[in-house]
Design a protein around this ligand. Structure first.
Ligand code: FPP
Length: 243
């Protein structure tokens, strides 16, 4: 990639969140099984993590398995669990060396004890890394996350008048992570699919027809560049637009 196509540091989104969609259709269009699409998607994820470090993104959140994905055929669920385990086994050392801090959002309870332990160990190993925070949304749902926050506020005896945006933020799985500046969705679907529905209230969106396995560094750079050209108003109007 030429220097001129590299996203420039000013206005780089601090937090990018990605709905990695289209693995199945990518595979189907090549006459391959769906899991081959997820494997190709995993390869692409490596590229995008590396590019995130290179471009200076500080938080990357990826939607790897939703609370609704349990409705898929058993073989695909097993395959996705296996891929998650494999990613930790094969990539953890390098991610750690690169200064990536791994975090998980969602419910770990429903995962097999062996996988759960691997995730917790990976989180522990990388907890002091600061170059990039990689949030893996696995068994994650935005509505489930809001229920989790409400349940915990009730358990703690938070009074109704104490409930405000900050209080809710502090009870979400994403506590401590700034809201996503940019949400990317591949494969052209125009919906949020229960991803970071609270946190993305004012996120910018980049939606592309490209299937996830084909969304490489070049298009990532384009998405970041598009973001730098957006005028974020957060519902307000600046004085310069008023006469
Ligand atoms: C959506 O494509 C993708 C997923 C549900 C899984 C995403 C997983 C990866 C990219 C592998 C990396 C995983 C981990 C755990 C780090 P789809 O299957 O819905 O595609 P389709 O809409 O074309 O059928």
């Amino acid at each position: 990639m030429g220097k001129s196509q590299q996203p420039q540091p000013e206005n780089i989104p601090q937090h990018v969140a990605i709905i990695m969609d289209g693995n199945g259709r990518w595979a189907l269009s090549r006459g391959k099984p769906r899991l081959a699409g997820h494997r190709a998607g995993t390869e692409n994820l490596r590229r995008v993590i590396r590019a995130s470090v290179e471009f200076g993104v500080k938080y990357l959140t990826i939607y790897a398995f939703s609370t609704e994905n349990w409705g898929r055929p058993q073989a695909e669920i097993k395959g996705l669990m296996h891929i998650f385990e494999n990613v930790i086994d094969k990539e953890l050392d390098e991610l750690h060396q690169e200064g990536v801090q791994l975090r998980h959002i969602g419910r770990l309870e429903k995962l097999a004890p062996k996988l759960r332990k691997k995730v917790l160990d990976a989180i522990k190993l990388t907890e002091n890394n600061t170059r990039l925070v990689l949030n893996i949304a696995f068994n994650y749902g935005g509505r489930d996350e809001i229920i989790y926050a409400i349940q915990n506020m009730l358990k703690e005896g938070v009074a109704p008048e104490e409930v405000n945006i900050e209080m809710v933020n502090n009870h979400l799985f994403t506590v401590g992570t700034p809201d996503p500046d940019l949400v990317i969705r591949t494969s052209g679907e125009l919906r949020t699919s229960n991803f970071l529905i609270w946190q993305s209230a004012y996120s910018e969106w980049y939606i592309t027809p490209t299937y996830w396995p084909d969304f490489g560094k070049e298009e990532y750079a384009k998405a970041l560049k598009t973001y730098t050209e957006r005028d974020r108003r957060f519902g307000g109007v600046s004085d310069e637009h008023y006469d």
